[in-house]
Every structure is written in C-alpha cells, then in structure tokens.
Design a protein around this ligand. Sequence first.
Ligand code: ATP
Ligand code: MG
Length: 593
Amino acid sequence: MLESATAKNDLPLEASIPHGAVSLESILCTEELRRRPWRPPDYEKENRALVALAGALVESPFNILQTLAETILDVTQCDSSGLSLLTKDDGGKRFYWPAIAGEWKRHIGGGTPRDFGPCGDVLDQNRTLLFRHFERRYPYFIPITPAVEECLLVPFYIGGKAVGTIWAITHGDRRKFDSEDERIMNTLGQFASLAYQTVESIEDLKLQIAAREQAETAVRALASGLEAKIRRLVDSNIIGIFIWNLDGRIIDGNEAFLRIIGYDRGDLIAGRLNWRELTPPEWQEAADRRVAQLEASGTTQPHEKEYFRKDGTRVPVLVGAAAFEGSSGEGVGFVLDLTDRKRAERAYTEVQMELAHANRVAAMGQLSASIAHEISQPLGAVLSYANAASHWLAAQPPAVEEVRGALDFIVKSGVQASEVVDRIRALVKKAPPRTDKLEINEAVLEVIGLTRNEMAKNGISVRTQLAESLPAIQGDRVQLQQVNLNLLINAMEAMSARSEGPRDLLISTAKTDSEGVLVSVRDSGPGLAPESVERLFEPFYTTKPGGLGMGLSICRSIIESHHGRLWATANTPHGAVFQFNLPPYSSGEKEDR
Ligand SMILES: Nc1ncnc2c1ncn2[C@@H]1O[C@H](COP(=O)(O)OP(=O)(O)OP(=O)(O)O)[C@@H](O)[C@H]1O
Ligand SMILES: [Mg+2]
C-alpha cells in the first residue's frame, strides 16, 4: 500500500532551486502564528477525535491514515488536510501523500521532493512550520488547485527517525491558523506516529502472513490424522520418505531415504538432492508422465524405477507419491529399496534357467537313441545315394542324369542331418531366452521328429492334427520345444507303464477364440488321479522311480513367461490331455510388458 501510492506521484522527483525562487524565510510565518490571537482549546472535541482515531486504528487499520486526515480537517476547521510520508522504495527521495481530506482529496498519491519542499523544511528544522503561499518558492505547487493560502506542517518521528509530516491547509482567508491549531496538530502528530507504525507493521505482516501461510499449509497437512501416521512412518525409517517439489527439489527426507540413495543429511541440507537428477535418463519420460498424473489427481500409483546413488551406481526402487493439498507443488514420496528383491528374482531366474537346462539335457539323454536314429537316417540316405552314384558313374556310358539326381538327394539329406544336429545343440545349449516370431507347427513337428524312434520302440502310434494358417506367436523356440518335449515324454512314459490297452498319442494345434494358438497333447495312458491334478505342476512332484518331478513345473513357468496358460484334463475314454495356449504375435507386445 505504501509503495503503490507513489506510482501516482505527478511531481518531479528532484527539484533544484529554480531561478527567481523566493527565500524560505519569506514564505514562513511561524513566528506570526504565535502572536495571533488563539481560540480556547476544545478538549471535548479533541478527545472525541482521539477516541475516533483509536477506534479506527483497532477496527480498520488500513484506513487509519485517511481517518487521521479527516480528523485534522475536523478539529482544525481547515480546507484540506493530509499526511506526507517519505518513500521507501527509493530510499526516501520524496514525500508522497497517502491520505488527504477536504478540497485536495483528489491529489491523494501526489507528493513533493524530500530536499526541496515544505515537508523537507519541516523535517530539517525539526519543528512545526507555518507556510504562506509556498508556491512562490516551490513552483511545482502552481498547477495544484485550489492554491494554498496557509499550510501548517507538523513533523512526526518514529524511533528518532523522521518519517513524515501531517498538514492542514487553508485555500482562502476564511480563517487563519493559530497556536491552538499548532497544539492540536502536535497531539495528532504523536498519534500519526502510532498510526504510521500500525500501517507499517500491517505491511510487514502481510509479507509475513504470506510466508507463514505456506508453512502453515504444510504444518496443517502434517497435523492431520493421515499425516500423523506418515510422521510415524518417517521416524520409523522402515521405508524411505522424502518431501519433494515438482520442480525437482528434495526438501526433506528421512534416514531410510538417504541410506537408499547413499547421501547424507549434509547433502540434503545443502540442497544437493534433486529427484530429477537422481532419475536416470531412461526413466525421465515416465517421471514426466507421473508429474502430470500428480498434478491431475494428486497421487501416483507405486511404480518401479531406479535412482542414481551418490557413488553413481543405481538402486532399484518402488516409489509412490502424493501431493500436498493446495497448489504448493510439493508432496511426499515413499521409496522402497528393491535391491534384495531384485537379487532374489535374479537368483530365482538363474535357478530356473539351470533347471530348465538340466531338464533339457536329461530329456536329450532319455532320447539319445531316438536322436541318434534321427541323425543316422539322413546319414544312411547319404551313404546309399553315394553308393548308387558311384554305381551309375561306373556304367558305360555313365548314367549322368541319375548321378545328378543322387547328388541332389545327398545334399538334401546332409542338410537334414545338420539341421537335426543344430536343433539338438540348441536344446542342449544354455542360452538366454529370446523373443522371436515363430510358427508353432514347425516347432511341434521338429520335436516329434526327435521322439519318433523312441515312440516307435514303445509301440506308440503318433498322430498329428495341425491346423493350417495359424497365427504366428512370439517367444523362444528352444523353450517352447522343451515344453512339447516334456509333454511327449510324459505321455510316452504314462502309456508305456501300462501293459495293455492302445497306445495312441494325438498332437493337435488349433486357433483360439482370441486369435492365439492352442496346442494339445492327448494320450491313452492311465490318466490323472483327481487328487493329483493340481499337484502335477508342483516342483518335485513325481510318481516315477527315476523322476525328478520338475518337467511340468518348468513347462508351466515357460508358458506363463510367454503370457499363456498350461493345464491338464482327463481324456476320453481314458488317458490325459495336456494343453497350452499362447497369444498371437504382436509387434507392440514388447512395449506392453
Ligand atoms: N500324461 C500323463 N499321464 C499321467 N500322469 C502324468 C502325465 N504327465 C505327468 N503325469 C504325472 O505328473 C507327474 C509330474 O510330471 P513331471 O513331468 O513334472 O515330472 P516327472 O515326469 O515325474 O519327472 P521329470 O522331472 O523327469 O519330468 C508325473 O510323475 C506323473 O505322475
Ligand atoms: Mg516329466
């Protein structure tokens, strides 16, 4: 309020003594004032005025200066009255008029220079002065109407420092000021000090209130029931908690939080912690999305991300956040260190991979005779075609066409053999899982190839019903073949355990309703005991003397990691059906994970 009033000042900021200006003495008539006859003091009126002022001070302190101006007008019976205060924004180079009553009221906001004007004179001489036609010395008053006849000015001080004047003006010779006016103006001058201090402290208060309101919002939030619980959480240091600002600043954090990111309290106090800087580049985009979410709904769901530790390493964390009420842009974040869990997950995956590998190697061992046969078949073909070729070459004339045909078969069989070897090598090799685009029928057929001889040896008739134009799927060929292999071996073992009854195996593929694929392995073995149906997939559940009980558990985790499902049902009239489905290949699938 005090500063803004100066904006309306229409007077020159600094006025030098203009040429032809009269002396200060010639416009002063303070001595004469004391010689003038004076009216008797009207204490009753004075009291009423002071009471009114005191009331205004309590009830509407923002209007106190105007009330003061009006009181001066009333008790001195002058034509215009007001206050001049030294400006603060420019170090007190001017006086401005925050309050005026009477005919000059429209000049509120105007003012005069500090060093060349009646108010300055009053402060310099540190006493009440009476001016007459001061525009003769200070020409900047000439445009201000109505013109001043007499002006009685009283200084007022705060703590020994001059801050302004109060003044009463007559614009004609209706009345002249007297000593009683001087006395009452001095009284009001003391009151003006009080009024000024009040307004000053209101100004300061406004700034303080703004700052305090912010702090109070935070305190209020912490004081509420929920926040009290949070406080207990903060202190317990079970999980990391920090207070953030959307712009990145970390304002506070508990010990657990500092421990997770490897910083100490000194770093926090020095303002070195910024959650944006703690967030690695590849997590920034997600962070921006969460900021938008926070702004829209006030919270973000807990999510996994990483933070940089002070030493530059990364820590996997689970983070959730909630914004404080109001638009402070601040809130609280909860951080859980996932290092141990991630380590356990990694260890679990490694064990899984080891087991899966062991299971494949075991299957290969079980099928070694069959596999040998699978390879020896094309190799045998190579041998017989090579024999035939040399026979045709020895003929007269050599049967060139037949030789060419034989060589073609030799090449084809060689390729066939090397393919089988490659497949086996892939199954035996330990390699990280892949996500390729696959045709399930191909994968199924290759596995049937590897078991063919073993099936035949066990008197099992193998049939296939493979649907045409199936959707492609996405996954790891070796793993999916391992599933098929385990299911085929289980079926074979189940049927071989029975001394009688047919031994039929049907492997079929089909399209599912959801555009995926379904693979079924049906056998005519003893079937599944109802109580064992759910246990089949448990690790180490086996009914076989030499079984490990890992086959089906590995199959299920492989299928689930491919976003599919594996289950077992009874076959009719007897036997078991093992089925699994897989979603179709989609180019966007990787992003969705
Ligand atoms: N086709 C089937 N018919 C009847 N029972 C089955 C069939 N497949 C699996 N089972 C039952 O489920 C159990 C678990 O099978 P799983 O493949 O997990 O282990 P396993 O075959 O016993 O041992 P391995 O770890 O060598 O595979 C088997 O021991 C058997 O009792
Ligand atoms: Mg098995």
